[in-house]
Design a protein around this ligand. Structure first.
Ligand SMILES: *[C@@H]1O[C@H](CO)[C@@H](O)[C@H](O)[C@H]1NC(C)=O
Ligand SMILES: *[C@@H]1O[C@H](CO)[C@@H](O)[C@H](O)[C@H]1NC(C)=O
Ligand SMILES: *[C@@H]1O[C@H](CO)[C@@H](O)[C@H](O)[C@H]1NC(C)=O
Ligand SMILES: *[C@@H]1O[C@H](CO)[C@@H](O)[C@H](O)[C@H]1NC(C)=O
Length: 172
């Protein structure tokens, strides 16, 4: 019988922890291990990377690159298509790498590098952001994503201990 109680407690703790995690914003490492570069594998590299990921509102893009070699600019669709990098919506702080960009709305974002020639060479990223749903089914969206926030991890730990303590009081 006490085995069963222990299993119940474990289940409650794991369930509580997973509920908290499911609403967490995710860090997406742009280009995974390749980072933010002129893609050597062709112009579809960043669209291939993005196609495997579900981007949710408040997720964060992390652009890793050699400081000084690249920049990160956000453009509107017209300027993005024409690689008109000087008409940027935002020239993001580029020193030092990495650049972190919070996807703070739903819809489509367009990014490139403002260094001449890089956009035309395929250093271009389109990200389509959907609303973050309060769903239990929403896990980490890709194996290339990593959990970012220590605060959230602390919350999970604290909350788990709290639940465990309550459960112990009830069951024993
Ligand atoms: C995206 O997913 C496809 C099919 O699952 C896979 O072949 C491809 O390697 C993935 N691309 C990246 C960049 O992870
Ligand atoms: C981008 O901005 C320019 C200048 O404001 C505008 O003419 C153009 O229509 C915009 N493109 C889109 C897709 O919003
Ligand atoms: C998103 O962040 C940018 C840059 O900080 C800001 O200009 C913009 O107003 C924000 N948009 C929303 C919907 O909060
Ligand atoms: C972005 O996603 C929305 C909702 O899934 C879709 O309707 C829209 O066509 C997408 N836009 C682009 C440019 O992929």
């Amino acid at each position: 019988m006490s085995e069963l109680k222990n299993i119940s407690i474990l289940f409650i703790v794991v369930f509580a922890a997973s509920m908290l995690r499911s609403t967490e914003a995710i860090d997406h490492i742009v280009g995974s291990r390749n980072g933010w570069i002129i893609p050597v594998d062709g112009h579809s590299f960043y669209s291939d990377w993005a196609s495997n990921i579900t981007f949710k509102e408040n997720d964060v893009l992390v652009f890793n690159f050699v400081t000084g070699r690249h920049t990160v600019v956000e453009l509107n669709q017209t300027y993005f298509e024409n690689c008109n990098v000087n008409q940027n919506i935002q020239f993001l702080d580029t020193s030092p790498s990495p650049v972190r960009f919070t996807l703070n709305r739903t819809g489509v974002f367009y990014f490139t590098c403002s260094i001449p020639g890089h956009c035309a060479s395929g250093q271009k990223l389109i990200v389509n952001v959907s609303a973050s749903s309060p769903a239990l089914s929403q896990g980490p969206s890709s194996p290339t994503s990593s959990v970012s926030s220590d605060i959230h991890i602390d919350l999970v730990a604290t909350f788990s201990i709290l639940i465990a303590a309550v459960a112990v009081n009830f069951l024993f």
